[in-house]
Design a protein around this ligand. Sequence first.
Ligand code: HAS
Ligand code: CU
Length: 564
Amino acid sequence: MTTDSTKASGSDSTFSNFTFEEKDSNLIKAYIYFSFFAVFLGGLAGLLQLSQRAGWITLPSWLTYYQLLTAHGVLLALVFTTFFIVGYLFSGMVKTLDGKLTPTERGLGWAGFYFMAIGTILAFIMILTNDGTVLYTFYSPMAASPWYYIGLALLIIGSWLASIAMISAYVRWRKKHKGKSSPLFAYMTIATIILWLHASIMVAIEVVGLLIPWSFGIIERVDSTLTRTMFWYFGHALVYFWLLPAYIYWYVNIPQIVGGKIFSSSLPRLTFILLILFSVPVGLHHQLTDPGVESFWKFLQVILTMLVVVPSLITAFSIIATFELAGRSRGGKGLFGWVKKLPWKDARFFVTFMGMLMFIPGGAGGIINSSFQLNQVVHNTWWVTGHFHLTLATSVVLTFFAITYWLIPVLTGRTFTKHLNKLAIVQSILWLVGMILMGVVMHFAGILGSPRRTSYSDYGGHEMGLKWLSYTQVIAVGGVILFIAIALVVYIWIKLIFLSPKSEKTIEYPVGVVYEKAAEPPKILEKWSVWITVSIILSIVAYAVPFYQIFISDAPGSLPIRSW
Ligand code: HAS
Ligand code: CU
């Protein structure tokens, strides 16, 4: 994998033989390596909780299923993702903008890291002491220790500091290059950050304004419909905060890896604009069965959800077009001859492709979830767990793994050897097999009514309960295979960080070149103020009345409840 990086320089970058300054590389490493701890611990929690639910093991008295489930969700869905994403985005911003951060930006980056790390440790301690057993969605009226919420708030605040550092790098670049459209990576990063800031402000208000004072006893009651609605205002955009960095890799880095070009510089930008606009005003599709919100507003948000599918379909089209261009430029002939010409033996591509493949059933499941009627069948069943194990835990996670296979070598100067490349391919196949047994079978169990978030039960020997339990056995086998795959990826990371031979050549940071015939993107796409305004207006249209109705309802609210 040690290609000469002069090939890597594209229209997005003027750097040949690009290497990070040590100070920047240390910052990126801190974020990425921290995320690896979360993967290992979160994966271990997953293995244990599933073994309990399948009836294979009995947990010791000091550790419960719901504690493990909270640790699993927090470590993987919140901690791993956020740390990894910030690290990856920093790397691409440095690479495609001015090649290095200013000391102030770096300082903000480090402050963000410490906030996030301290927050994670605090929340994790609360989970260990069984004082934070409220899962990663922390629905009231279940109340955790205030320190659990404070930990999560620090995680979010830290990510804002890192975001400010990246915005500053972007503004600096634009001032220097007046009238030019920014490199695609930077553009997409800013779009991701706008989405993240918009959505996470709402959850920050929920946590800091309501849950923390409530769990300290400063305010007596909170309205659970209100806190859930605030959470999901954030929650759907959260899943796109995970997805967008994977899309960045698909749009910007992968074309270089497959030896092709980014076939349009405008379409990806348009995609990200659509994702900014439609990610927030759709959160009610997580509350279709909740009382207290009028059907009309749920229905409106269902329609907007159907619209947010469009940018993903555009993405599918663009990626396949990029692959075809690449395959044909390597001599692929006929209708499908180009498929054979893709670099199937290169883990940076193959592993990502496995993720893309699983996004087809994952995304289709999402469309089923968001159908007002079908949601009645699948809501709160294992179907939903299956859905996000295909989308997040396969498409996004395999993409992130693929990124590490070149990003750690770029940062450490160590080689991703042929042997490690092979292991990575095996790892992704194991992941797919494990996920088919686990994630796909969860969909079937869910249709039969098997609930999500439930510890072992044989339901008094009821026929249905026993049937669910037989599905659980297959699902748990999938879980074991996935854990083996996690052990394998951790092994690859250890090799890449500490042991693999140092490379003599500069290792390529792959950034695709835009197709020569592609038009310059229209200026309006980079007028952020326009899109931020439209995004806020859409959110007001979708949410103002539901929030107003919740406020004027005379629901008494709930005292904090420790249900475990
Ligand atoms: Fe979702 C629940 C609807 C996408 C994650 N989702 C969840 C939860 C999570 C999650 C974590 O409407 C559970 C939250 C909880 O704990 O309660 N989801 C959708 C819809 C989409 C969607 C409409 N979800 C995601 C993504 C996630 C994610 C992405 C994480 C990263 N989801 C829902 C709904 C619920 C829900 C309801 C609530 C359910 C309930 O009742 O609780 C869409 O964005 C999906 C669009 C995607 C596509 C696929 C396009 C395909 C592509 C691949 C191209 C392939 C290539 C390979 C290039 C339409 C881009 C070529 C190869 C060839 C062979 C051709
Ligand atoms: Cu959603």
